[in-house]
Ligand binder design. Structure first.
Ligand SMILES: C[S@@+](CC[C@H](N)C(=O)[O-])C[C@H]1O[C@@H](n2cnc3c(N)ncnc32)[C@H](O)[C@@H]1O
Length: 249
């Protein structure tokens, strides 16, 4: 075994062991809970745009986008645009390194605030980005997204809009089928299931009614997707446990 293989093997074994470490998982959940109560996820930006993610999930996105080499990333939930800019920046880097040319990001949001739209459109990476305003589950919006997906070879989907069970399940039913084999559907904020009820007092999502329960319901009928537990085990602190779904067939 060469040194690179040795490194990768040690990493795999370490990540597997982390996945068995229930005490560390508990402490990680406690840290996540405390960080949510303090608004930690609002601390960061990507190339100048606020991104509502944990740094860990941002790194995982980088790893997935590099591995998959998508030519289209579909994202529901734009907010300030940070996740669109993250995806666009990775597509540019992929291309620079020999990946697909002209790959694009398509964002959908029910309410693209004017100041956010202007800032995203003024960003140097805006030429990679398309945006649709409307609810992600409206048939007319799904049809517009499907039209943009025609002819694309490797599609990735990220769901980060309304986090109720019903909404996310509808999104999964609308968009997961667009994901290419070998690519991912990433469902954010599945961690709501693991948090005490009072962490999101002003939101409709709760334990029992959130993206993770939607993922579980969806996977029951869709064996073509599997949870990539290796990502959960390596991150430990993540808003998307059980949410990194790989399309395996
Ligand atoms: C958590 S933020 C998205 C954060 C962004 N992905 C990021 O990482 O910076 C959620 C967004 O979902 C949008 N949203 C809420 N309900 C929606 C719906 N039914 N369809 C599309 N977007 C929706 C909100 O307007 C909000 O901008």
């Amino acid at each position: 075994m060469n040194p690179t293989q040795q490194f990768e093997q040690a990493k795999k074994a370490r990540i597997h062991a982390l996945g068995q470490d229930t005490a560390f998982a508990k402490r990680s959940r406690q840290w996540l809970e405390e960080s949510m109560r303090k608004g930690y996820v609002y601390n960061f930006s990507w190339l100048g745009r606020p991104i509502i993610q944990t740094p860990n999930d941002i790194v995982a996105m980088q790893e997935v986008i590099w591995k998959v080499q998508p030519d289209l990333i579909i994202e529901t939930g734009i907010a300030h645009g940070g996740s669109l800019i993250l995806s666009a920046s990775m597509l540019v880097l992929n291309e620079e390194c020999g990946g697909p040319a002209g790959a694009r990001v398509l964002g959908v949001d029910i309410d693209i605030r004017q100041h956010n739209r202007e800032a995203i459109e003024a960003h140097p990476l805006s030429s990679r980005i398309d945006m649709i305003q409307g609810s992600s589950v409206l048939p007319a919006v799904v049809a517009q997204v499907a039209a943009k997906a025609v002819g694309k070879k490797k599609i990735m989907v990220c769901l980060d809009s309304n986090h109720t069970h019903e909404h996310v399940l509808k999104e999964l039913n609308a968009y997961a089928a667009m994901v290419s084999v070998g690519s991912y559907c990433i469902v954010f904020d599945t961690f709501v299931e693991d948090m005490p009820e009072d962490v999101f007092p002003d939101r409709p999502w709760t334990p029992g009614n959130n993206p993770k329960t939607a993922v579980w319901a969806y996977l029951d009928k869709h064996p073509e997707f599997q949870i990539d537990h290796e990502i959960d085990n390596k991150l430990l602190i993540s808003v998307a446990p059980d949410g990194y779904l790989k399309r395996v067939r």
